[in-house]
Design a protein around this ligand. Structure first.
Ligand code: NAD
Length: 454
């Protein structure tokens, strides 16, 4: 029996939308629709599947302004970020529209016959997504899943379901057959777990917290369900004294405070070589002071509010913890779930603020004395998602990049995500890779066929 879900706008605390809240019955019905649609979608010719993906990309592009505004209001993220993310969704569909006709196999030399491999779709794929980058993360999973011939059930986060529902309508209008992509808005514990346990769901692609990822992994193991997990992070931004300190400091705030710090790639541990600490902190303070925090719909805004009152409470507990506050930026007063950008310094890597994913605008600055110590500190975490290395010494950049246990590293840059390159975590940051060519492996099963010629 469906209840009503209120979707709140974090910058105003007003109700943005009211929706039916699904339960197990609705989840089962969506899985049934996806199962019924699977054979026909799998059998659409690769060329026609590619065309439909290109049409979806064009339709999203046409609606880009509306989708970006909806996303900005629902998540509280700056409109300029939301526009960039919707642009990435278009690019993701275009990128994977090249895949249906390029799902190549191998021919393998064997005795007595011929041997081929094929990439087969899995069937019904369940997607479970978080609230921080709702439409972007959906596209990273949806586009390769559809390209490979799977049908999909998506459960978006309850706090931010609005762009997923728009995407479902847009896809059907663009020519995706009914039943191939189904959105169910409901609680993770109910709808999400039903998808994980349902025998007709072949695979779960999850992005969210490490805690929920562990539970999904455990439940999925009961039926040996395929699972990819994109989980939390506590990434290191390593700044050596020989770096361009002004550039490193200028880009450090948004590398943590972008999306109000609610970013799995947030470089929330800033490791700074002690001999450059004072100079770096001065430049960092200037950069934090110049951050524009405020109305998400203002095109100049760089940081909005947090997603909810609960999240603000959780974030406050770290900012008022054991490490001293060195820099505190400004934020509007209520209404809205505002929190000022905050830098703690010096922080020990053993402090709670350095060990746990805060998921808010709080950075921990940790001094180090040698390259070996920087690598040891960077790796002294359960996570391994992203990170940066700032240095003018090319050999050191490569040495450290190889030594840091992390899925996506950048040198003299704080970017992590590109449509054409693999993204995912080492250690407890996840299992599997999204984006780039490798994501297709996660939405296909490898089949080997041997033909005797004797
Ligand atoms: P969350 O784990 O609370 O929820 C994620 C999704 O899982 C939501 O749709 C939720 O409803 C659902 N869910 C909750 N409990 C469930 C259960 N028992 N079974 C099935 N589904 C369940 O995460 P969140 O708070 O929405 O997002 C923040 C987290 O996501 C952070 O830890 C962040 O690091 C992580 N994240 C990771 C990546 C990445 O690519 N590695 C990207 C973005 C966010």
């Amino acid at each position: 029996m469906a209840h009503t879900l209120q979707v709140i706008e974090p910058a105003t605390e007003q109700v943005l939308a009211e929706l039916p809240h699904a339960g197990v019955e609705e989840a089962d019905a969506a899985i049934e629709r996806a199962k019924a649609a699977f054979p026909a979608w799998r059998d659409v010719t690769p060329g026609d599947r590619a065309k439909i993906l290109r049409r979806i990309a064009a339709a999203i592009d046409e609606r880009a302004d509306d989708l970006a505004e909806l996303e900005a209001r629902n998540v509280g993220k700056p409109i300029s970020d939301a526009r960039g993310e919707v642009g990435m969704v278009v690019d993701t569909f275009l990128y994977y529209s090249g895949a249906p006709e390029r799902l190549l196999g191998d021919t393998i030399p064997v005795a007595g016959g011929m041997d081929f491999t094929f990439r087969e779709p899995l069937g019904v794929v369940g997607l479970i997504t978080p609230w921080n980058f709702p439409i972007a993360i959906t596209s990273w999973k949806l586009a390769p899943a559809l390209a490979a011939g799977n049908t999909v059930v998506l459960k978006p986060a309850e706090l931010t379901p609005l762009t997923a529902l728009e995407l479902e309508k847009i896809a059907v209008e663009a020519g995706l057959p009914e039943g191939v992509f189904n959105v169910v808005v409901g609680p993770g514990r109910v709808v999400g777990e039903r998808m994980v346990e349902h025998p007709d769901v072949a695979k779960i692609a999850f992005t969210g917290s490490t805690e929920v990822g562990r539970r999904i992994g455990a439940l999925a193991s009961q039926s040996i369900k395929r699972v990819t997990l994109e989980l939390g992070g506590k990434s290191a931004n390593i700044v050596f004294a020989d770096a361009d300190l002004d550039r490193a400091a200028a880009s450090a705030p948004l590398a943590v405070f972008g999306n109000a710090g609610q970013d799995c790639c947030a470089r929330s541990r800033i490791l700074v070589e002690r001999s450059a600490l004072d100079r770096f902190m001065d430049a960092l303070e200037e950069a934090v002071d110049s951050l524009r925090v405020g109305d998400p719909l203002d095109p100049d805004t760089q940081m909005g509010p947090l997603i909810s009152a609960d999240q603000r409470e959780k974030v406050s507990s770290y900012a008022d913890g054991e490490a001293p506050v060195a820099i505190r930026g400004s934020a509007p007063d209520g209404p809205g779930y505002w929190f000022p950008p905050t830098v703690l310094c010096p922080v020990s890597n053993d402090d709670r603020a350095a060990r746990e994913e805060i998921f808010g605008p709080v950075a921990a600055v940790i001094p180090f004395d040698s390259e070996a110590e920087a690598v040891r500190l960077a790796n002294d975490t359960i996570y391994g998602l992203s990170g940066s290395i700032w240095t003018r010494n090319g050999a050191r950049a490569l040495r450290v990049a190889r030594a840091v246990e992390s899925g996506a590293l950048s040198v003299n840059s704080n970017t992590s995500v590109r449509v054409s390159t693999p993204f995912g975590g080492f250690k407890q940051s996840g299992i599997g890779r999204e984006l780039g060519p490798h994501a297709l492996d996660a939405y296909t099963e490898l089949k080997n066929v041997y033909v005797s010629t004797e």
